[in-house]
Design a binder for this molecule. Structure first.
Ligand code: AQP
Length: 325
């Protein structure tokens, strides 16, 4: 069975962007692949996090993975920092990365722009991501469009290591899961769980009232046509995309349904659809979150992951001369 690795940062509560762009697809993929779903807390601390909140968000993310349908009997759910090999291999990956190629990453540029105290780890985020993926002999990495560039770098680093030291890493393929879901307040910006403007995203744990309010106050384009046109009507196109993914309905069918009806009717129905989809997920979430299941699953997940990564980490260290014998 082919191997999949994918991670989500516990840097906030998972949004519709993370869900529709990544998590929703994981549920189907777990039927056909051996999946490792990681809560990448070491990535999250590349920008400042409140420690208690970060801890809580990790547990919430684990419960959300399960609530959306990841079955811990089929897939492995675990926390990155509980598997030290990620940081160990990350150092090796940093040693073979060039500063220039890391500075070219758009995520680094976006997250460091205009900030004075940018952490070195924000720059070395991609070598850690490469380590996450390569450690498991991953064949396929399902991610949103926003992560394509990091995946390309992972492949470059794996090829570089294989040719300079030892041919031990599988070169992973990216499986791009769909278009980016954009901010509800600025359709030029992607929807992000750490956006300071909470109106910009819908969190998977927003209550009915909050979710409805956010959808109704989402920016729209100047006319009233519910029509998909990313270039000229990016805001309504984004909402159409969300509607289509949530309801598993073709965009053309949605356009036909709202012809001549304007943005108001469309937004009211989109809010209702979002509430209908999220209600059962949230119910499952609270049942899981309040039980021992989260810790039991994470304990078992890190045991399994720690066991799996040792042989490859050892080979990588030996190849570079780090092991004494
Ligand atoms: N807006 C998006 N549209 C589609 N897919 C998205 N993903 C993230 N945002 C969107 C996908 O979600 C998965 C997990 O992402 P992540 O948590 O590892 O990091 P991220 O891409 O930086 O996500 P956020 O929400 O923007 O987090 P913050 O605010 O902390 O930076 C990935 O597969 C990603 O492609």
């Amino acid at each position: 069975m082919k191997k999949i690795f994918s991670g989500i940062q516990p840097s906030g509560i998972v949004t519709f962007g993370n869900y529709l762009g990544a998590m929703k697809h994981f549920v189907e993929l777990q039927q056909d692949y051996d999946c490792m779903f990681c809560i990448v807390d070491q990535h999250a601390i590349t920008v400042p996090q409140d420690p208690a909140t970060l801890r809580e968000q990790k547990r919430k993310l684990a419960a959300l993975y399960m609530a959306v349908g990841i079955d811990p009997k089929q897939s492995t759910i675990f926390v990155q920092s509980e598997v030290p090999a990620h940081a160990q291999l990350s150092w090796i990956m940093q040693c073979i990365s060039y500063i220039g190629e890391l500075e070219r990453m758009t995520q680094f540029k976006d997250k460091s722009e205009g900030k004075s105290g940018v952490s070195a780890a924000l720059l070395t985020y991609p070598p850690l991501m490469a380590a996450d993926i390569l450690l498991y002999g991953t064949d396929i990495v399902p991610v949103g469009e926003d992560q394509r560039q990091h995946l390309e770098l992972t492949r470059t680093l794996a090829e570089r290591f294989n040719s300079q030291y030892a041919d031990i890493f599988i070169i992973p393929e990216a499986k791009i899961l769909g278009r980016r879901i954009m901010s509800l307040q600025d359709p030029e910006k992607k929807m992000s769980k750490s956006d300071a403007n909470t109106k910009a995203f819908i969190s998977m744990l927003d209550d009915e009232k909050t979710m409805t309010k956010k959808i109704k106050s989402a920016v729209t384009d100047s006319d009233q046509d519910v029509r998909f046109d990313e270039e000229n009507k990016p805001a309504i196109s984004n909402l159409l995309q969300i509607y289509s993914l949530l309801g598993d309905e073709e965009i053309s069918a949605i356009e036909a349904k709202y012809e001549g009806k304007g943005y108001g009717a469309f937004k009211t129905d989109l809010a209702e659809l979002a509430v209908t989809v999220l209600n059962p997920i949230q119910k499952r979430f609270y049942d899981i979150y309040e039980s021992d299941e989260v810790d039991n699953v994470l304990d078992a997940g890190s045991d399994k992951a720690n066991e799996q990564v040792q042989p490859l980490l050892q080979k990588a260290e030996e190849a570079m001369g780090l092991q004494r014998h």
